[in-house]
Write a protein that binds this ligand. Structure first.
Ligand SMILES: [Zn+2]
Length: 249
């Protein structure tokens, strides 16, 4: 027989979700879905999500990326060697898996078409790019790689350009650590430049929903400082300053 705690937690979840959008998990009053749009890129995106990131739905951008990308899925875990779904995708002959990761041996968006041509055998249709993205903070991504060394044996795809994050208040070691949604945005743009993804596709909904999320977070943080919302960071000065909301948002 379920315990009383079962009913309390079940009720709490129902209560929590009844006030939230089921897609973006934001409160219904500030739902971000209107800023995004489902993009059909022709690439399958797989977000490997660290369990810590899974719990950080408020600031994580993996969910927002998943919302905006038609053929995408999130797989949560630490050890993916034993993850049945991930292994199924890796072994599916219709896909050419590549890990979004820097390295001297990494391929770029310019050379991906050639790689897929080489990997496809006639008369089978050309393989579909299965782009694996580690959806984790810089520190957690390192841990994920430590637990899943086999990922480094996959072909790696990296950026030709260098990008800085607009998400500057996120506690990453440097602005060069871009968020998951920015990673999707920039790689789609590079794949478009290489004619691998239809150049007519507009990737801006990814950036629009991301900017809307930042604006929402900055507004909420300022409301906490002003006492409009409960502030759980009373003893840390960095959470008690009003943040300027940049014009570009
Ligand atoms: Zn929503």
């Amino acid at each position: 027989m379920p315990s009383v705690f079962y009913y309390i937690s079940f009720y709490a979840i129902i209560q929590f979700m009844s006030e939230r959008c089921f897609k973006c998990f934001k409160p219904k009053s500030v739902c971000l879905c209107k800023y995004g749009k489902e993009l059909d890129t022709g690439v399958k995106f797989v977000f490997l999500m660290h369990p810590k990131e899974f719990r950080r739905t408020r600031t994580g951008t993996g969910y927002l990326s998943h919302l905006c990308l038609k053929d995408s899925e999130i797989i949560v875990g630490l050890d993916f060697t034993k993850n049945a779904r991930f292994q199924q995708l890796l072994n599916d002959p219709q896909y050419y898996p590549a890990l979004m990761y820097p390295g001297e041996d990494a391929i770029t968006a310019e050379t991906i078409t050639q790689k897929l041509d080489e990997a496809s055998t006639d008369p089978a249709p050309q393989k579909k790019l299965l782009l694996i993205i580690l959806d984790a903070t810089w520190f957690c991504a390192k841990k994920m790689i430590e637990h899943n060394q086999f990922l480094l044996e996959l072909p790696k795809l990296s950026f030709s350009g260098s990008y800085r994050s607009i998400f500057t208040f996120k506690r990453e070691p440097s602005p060069e650590c871009i968020s998951t949604i920015e990673c999707c945005y920039y790689i789609i743009k590079e794949l478009q430049a290489g004619n691998f993804v239809d150049p007519a596709l507009d990737p801006e909904p990814l950036m629009n929903i991301f900017k809307a999320m930042i604006k929402l977070q900055l507004t909420a943080e300022n409301e906490r400082v002003l006492g409009i919302r409960t502030n759980s960071h009373d003893y840390d000065a960095k959470y008690n300053k009003i943040k300027e909301i940049p014009d570009f948002l």
